[in-house]
Design a binder for this molecule. Structure first.
Ligand SMILES: [Zn+2]
Length: 365
């Protein structure tokens, strides 16, 4: 390859840079106090009724200027990169009105200019209903109209916005509403993704497959039928074991069964303030093996090439090949198994983003 240079890594393992296929990393505020309440037995509904939960984050994110949101987002991207992430998907969805959603997508675009990490933006105005429109059927209908008729066309015109996503859940959007959002997104030329079957089996995986989604994400409660539909459509299952743990769900997505049924499996942190404030992709890889039943090699593929496919960037990311970005992770080990064995550690020596070395651990030699 012209211009190639040789790097001596001292016999250590070199992997493709990790791809984080699902984050919500543009937000303001902090919800550590909610974690403490949940650990003391409070339910999410009680926390939301007291003004917390996602709508608390929406209020703080709306009130925060784009400059400050950009600083916060860059710090989170840098934290991900210290854990080997060289490409990341970023969803909007803490704005829930046209201006605030566009502000968040603008922050993602600024981050893409400021960092060499590959950034894919996803519009997620259909994260939940905003406080001001959620309490009546007419209000919710109006919000859906805004999402489909105003926000999606505007978002689709922005550089870097490749997908739209919708949260299908009893507390968010039903299947019919989701279908409308996804159809509008496809009509605007966007790819589609679905938050599917996280808290119960609502048939969202089947909808994602039927609509030709690039990915169906979460899937802790997906049915066997839903999995077979995903396998048939080639939709990538993005597993988020960090959220299963942080929400104390007492269950992980059935990654082993997914792979056995022919579903391509990817991994993500879900980095967000409420359900998974985790910026360590190595921890996610470890949980995918220990909780979801993946082998070490399956987890590595899930965190690289399959995650890139879930984000539509497998033409440039996810594997070490001529013609792709030179995004590399050098383990601080000569054995790839150390990545999972060193539980809770980020066992990385170096991370290369576009061929530039970001030192992530002090050199020991
Ligand atoms: Zn999410």
């Amino acid at each position: 390859v012209p211009g190639a240079r040789r790097i001596d890594v001292g016999g250590r393992v070199v992997l493709p840079g990790f791809v984080d296929a699902h984050t919500h990393l543009v937000w303001a505020g902090n919800r550590a106090h909610e974690l403490e309440k949940r650990l003391s037995g409070a339910t999410y509904e009680q926390i939301a009724a007291a003004g917390g939960g996602i709508l608390g984050t929406v209020a703080e994110t709306r009130a925060t200027p784009a400059d400050r949101l950009t600083e916060l987002a860059l710090a989170r991207i840098d934290a991900l990169t210290r854990g080997g992430v060289t490409a990341v998907e970023i969803k909007s969805g803490y704005g829930l009105d046209l201006d605030a959603e566009l502000k968040i997508l603008d922050v993602a675009a600024r981050a893409a200019e400021d960092r060499d990490v590959e950034i894919v933006a996803t519009f997620m105005g259909a994260h939940t209903y905003p406080r001001e429109l959620r309490d009546s059927a007419a209000g919710r209908e109006r919000y859906l109209d805004q999402v489909c008729e105003e926000m999606i066309p505007r978002a689709a015109g922005l550089p870097g916005v490749r997908f739209a996503d919708v949260f299908v859940d009893d507390h968010a959007f039903g299947l019919a509403e989701a279908e409308r959002v996804l159809a509008a997104a496809k009509g605007a030329g966007l790819g589609i993704k679905v938050h599917a079957d996280q808290l119960s089996d609502g048939g969202a995986a089947s909808l994602a497959a039927e609509m030709g989604a690039a990915s169906a994400d979460h899937l802790e409660h997906v049915s066997a039928e839903g999995l077979d539909r995903l396998a048939a459509s080639g939709t990538v299952a993005v597993l988020i074991p960090g959220a299963s743990l942080f929400l104390k769900m007492n269950r992980f997505a059935r990654g082993r069964e997914m792979i056995d049924r022919g579903v391509p499996v990817a991994l993500a942190t879900d980095l967000n303030p409420g359900t998974c404030p985790c910026s360590s992709l190595p921890l996610v890889i470890q949980l995918a093996c220990l909780g979801c039943g993946l082998t070490i090699d399956e987890a590595i593929v899930a965190a690289t090439l399959n995650a890139a496919a879930a984000c539509g960037i497998n033409d440039r990311c996810g594997s070490i090949e001529p013609g792709k970005r030179c995004d590399l992770v050098v383990l601080d080990a000569a054995d790839r198994r150390e990545l999972v064995y060193r539980l809770g550690d980020n066992p990385l020596r170096d991370v290369y983003v576009r061929g530039v070395r970001h030192v992530s651990a002090p050199a020991r030699d």
